[in-house]
Write a protein that binds this ligand. Sequence first.
Ligand code: SF4
Ligand code: SF4
Length: 401
Amino acid sequence: MTINVPEELETAPGVIQNPHEVEFYSREYPLESQTVEYTADFEWLKSVAPEEFLVELKMHDSMHKAIIAESMNTGDMDPTAEPVPGKDVTQLIKDKARELGFGEVGITKFDKRYAFKSKRDWVKFPHAICLAYEQTYEPTQTAPSIEAEGPHFGTYRIMGALALDLGDYIRSLGYHAQVHNPLVESTVFIPMFVQAGLGQLGANGQLLSPHFGSRARLMVITTDAEVTHDEPMDYGINAFCAVCQVCVNRCPGRALLRERIWWRGTEKYKVMFRRCHPVMARYDSCGVCMKTCPVQRYGMKNVMDHYATTGQVLGKGTHLLEGYNLRELGYFGPGELPRFESDFFHFPHGKAEDLLFEEFKEKLRMGEVNDDSEGEAVLHEFKHRVEEYVNNRLDTPQMTQ
Ligand code: SF4
Ligand code: SF4
């Protein structure tokens, strides 16, 4: 597929960034996965999410568990053959990945600057094979809905299993292969996909891939195989998002920025988690910003060709692209957004154990923890809740978007 980028949309291949700043933040303020850092947020989600959604999530978690567990150990598995010395196996790996069903495949160096703090020692090999699997088209157009959530969760299961097969194949070529299932949460994937030329970051905070835009579900396999790295590309997205702005206009939580900002050394659109999470929690993981993106709906080539000939954003202002339903609130067409009171956006933020401790300190301050039997009961309850949290830790819902 050839994508003709109109001259006025050309900026730079990949992203615009200052490598020294990226390194500084990665060293001094390393990233951590949300399900480690924001356990209180996700505990809270369970108290407001629709029952139907929680049932779907639980079913997905239990079906996915064995695949995640197997992925965790793949870094320790030995190759099953001797490699052919000096033979570059890039094309063999890409062909196999496509045969298995991955729609986008690219290779770059594993970028440790984006690895999560708790997983830095887990990652073993230097090259990252970036793999994107297409989430089913039709149900995605119904987001936010349970119909769209099935394929969202299901895609992770399918690609998680296929990546285990691809790992076996790489081992049969004589090399190691460590499978980074998205729910293992080892690293931020998008920067490596951009570096491997598989798209650019959109204003919705998602990778806009050439074949299926933001409907791409992402994962990585790291390997020590003899491979050649791909190069970042300019698909025109850095400038196009500034013109388009559909996702920004349509976000029910007003969680997306109109302008790019400098964040940890990269010039990017930043999603405001505090405004997004309360919407995602109550409305089936939301996904309005994915659904309303023309690159997702019509494909990058069609969107760029349309812009080149008309100067317009394909589908902008139409009900087909911009309309969506929210549970109990009904339909919102172009120009219409729901209104939420400010307390809609209040939720406990941070680590669950920190919040428990804050609550306990408040009880101490209020004189509720004395040396009598009532004080002992408060202490006992605190211990019980900490134990409950520690034992349930692995059941934190996995909401990877
Ligand atoms: S998921 Fe929904 S609330 Fe969050 S940024 Fe996207 S459109 Fe906004
Ligand atoms: S909807 Fe428009 S502005 Fe938003 S990510 Fe897609 S192309 Fe960019």
